[in-house]
Design a protein around this ligand. Structure first.
Ligand code: MSP
Length: 512
């Protein structure tokens, strides 16, 4: 058994969750569930990033204290994730004492070692993003925020700095020696290119934050810059006597927007702290919505209300399946479009998966008195295929290629459906009862294997399949092992309702 520690970004509490947050967290959940299924000791962390100046501002705009506002939004994230079946093992809020104490300790260590030092900084500041933009970038974007388009401001302040410049060579060596440290490859190349341009020391504190934030030890005016505070969450949460063995994290799952902080600043800080480095930083791409970039001004966010409509119309598992099969893991953005969703739902879920189970169970009722018969040597190659399939799925999952894992599972589903056509159980039933029992054994076992492999993606569907196959209350390995041949003759099945009723665009409820 090995340990597996996976994280998501911790989300800003100046706003409520949307599809982007839900996506990264759902993908991390699927990966965490996959590892649990393999018997790994999993720790899955998500949470909220609370000390940004914009949290103070948006609280005031809403007539609330900062704490009330942060509490309310942190709760919205927690409730949303619980509703969407997310199985995080902890939820870190950076305003919690357990985090703040540790951050002060880390910053203290870095001041001691000289990796943090007091100085003065002047540069172009993007107030919306709370970050300085390099001279080159500022010029390129005509001194406007590349994110919000608002003018950058010239800012000069006394500051504490992190000696990032000292770590350029070590980071390049790391990226060289561990090619999987930053993934996908295109992101790794981007990071290498930027490091080669040279690294400047970075300011890591700010003033004027009042009580909101974590104080630089020994300085009553400066609080630690929110990004530095936030990155430490990955370590602070497990830096306790019971959890210490979980460090280093195996995977930090993020999107491309926050790659620099995770692929450069974070490992450099860990090097400075002489802590072990995480296994991998994986930066996925972005969702857009109905062909358009999502933005406040467009008002086209796939927000919680919309997510809720999809979940109510198609079911949570269909929603999770769509995110995993069509989402932006890798380097291209994905379109969250209703027509696409419906097509995927009807083709993959209603037709392929739903029909396989429904036809198998209908025939077992009709030709075998509703119970699993003895296996026979008539499986159309399904047994062999199932065996290699588990390996392919494991491999794809370990590379975070979730859609490749699903494609492989769906090849097997389609092959099983084809086996029904080819073996014609309805004809065999008239002449050879043992043979039809054997054919249907293979099909039921194919359904069971599929249920195990899809369980991280669609846990409720996996359970329904297993209940209908009569294996849910049986030996645990029937639910967790994709090894062929575990299904026992004599097991009673129940036909039940189709898993995913076909969605008819003209008469179904509107989702948009
Ligand atoms: N608080 C920082 C992260 C600190 S981590 C130490 C932050 N928060 S955020 O609320 O803005 O969340 C950013 C993350 O949300 C992205 O990295 C990604 O995981 C997710 N997404 C936000 N918008 C997204 C899309 N449009 N598409 C996919 N995921 C996106 O940055």
């Amino acid at each position: 058994m090995s340990k597996f520690y996976i994280t998501t970004p911790i989300y800003y509490v100046n706003d409520v969750p949307h599809i982007g947050h839900v996506y990264t967290t759902t993908i991390a959940d699927i990966v965490a569930r996959h590892h649990r299924l393999r018997g790994d000791e999993v720790f899955f962390l998500t949470g909220t990033d609370e000390h940004a100046a914009k949290v103070v501002e948006s609280a005031a705009e809403h007539g609330m204290t900062t704490v009330q506002w942060a509490d309310q939004n942190a709760r919205a994230f927690q409730e949303t994730f619980a509703k969407l079946g997310i199985t995080n093992d902890d939820f870190i809020r950076t305003s919690q004492p357990r985090h703040k104490e540790k951050v002060q300790q880390y910053v203290g260590e870095l001041l001691q070692s000289g990796d943090l030092y007091p100085g003065e900084y002047e540069g172009w500041y993007d107030a919306g993003q709370e970050e300085y933009v390099s001279e080159g970038k500022a010029k390129e974007s005509e001194y406007k925020s590349p994110i919000s388009g608002r003018p950058l401001v010239r800012k000069k302040e006394k500051n504490y700095f992190f000696r990032l410049s000292k770590y350029g060579d070590a980071l390049l060596k790391l990226l060289e020696e561990r090619p999987k440290f930053v993934q996908p490859d295109a992101r790794r190349n981007e990071v290498i290119g930027r490091i080669r341009e040279g690294l400047n020391d970075v300011p890591i504190s700010r003033t004027g934050a009042g009580d909101w934030g974590i104080k630089v030890p020994g300085d009553s005016e400066h609080v630690i810059y929110v990004w530095i505070d936030a990155l430490f969450n990955y370590l602070s949460t497990v830096d306790t006597s019971e959890r210490r063995g979980l460090w280093p994290a195996n995977v930090h799952l993020i999107a491309k927007d926050i790659l620099w902080f995770h692929a450069v600043i974070w490992p450099a800080m860990l090097l400075a702290l002489k802590r072990e480095l995480p296994g991998q930083v994986y930066a996925h791409s972005f969702w857009i919505s109905e062909g358009q970039k999502m933005s406040k001004s467009m008002g086209n966010f796939v927000d919680l209300a919309k997510i809720d409509r999809y979940v109510r119309t198609f079911g949570l598992d269909a929603f999770r399946y769509f995110l995993a099969s069509n989402g932006p893991l890798g380097t291209t953005d994905s379109d969250f479009a209703e027509a696409k969703f419906i097509e995927v739902y009807n083709t993959d879920l209603a037709n392929d998966l739903g029909n396989l189970l429904f036809r198998t169970l209908t025939m077992i009722e009709k030709f075998c008195g509703g119970s699993i018969q003895v296996a026979a040597d008539v499986d159309g190659g399904l047994a062999e295929h199932a065996e290699s399939l588990s390996r392919v799925v494991d491999e794809a999952m370990s590379e975070l290629q979730l859609s490749r894992a699903l494609d492989a599972i769906w090849d097997f589903v389609q092959r099983s459906n084809k086996y029904i056509e080819d073996s014609k159980p309805w004809a065999v039933a008239k002449v050879d009862a043992a043979k039809v029992g054997g054919i249907l054994y293979s099909l039921a076992e194919a359904d069971r294997v599929v249920s195990v492999l899809i369980s991280p993606f669609m846990p409720a569907t996996a359970e329904r399949i297993q209940r209908q196959l009569g294996v849910f209350d049986g030996a645990p390995e029937l639910r967790t092992s994709a090894r062929w041949g575990l299904l026992r003759p004599g097991t009673k099945v129940t036909k039940g309702q189709p898993l995913f009723p076909r969605y008819d665009v003209s008469s179904g409820p509107k989702v948009r």
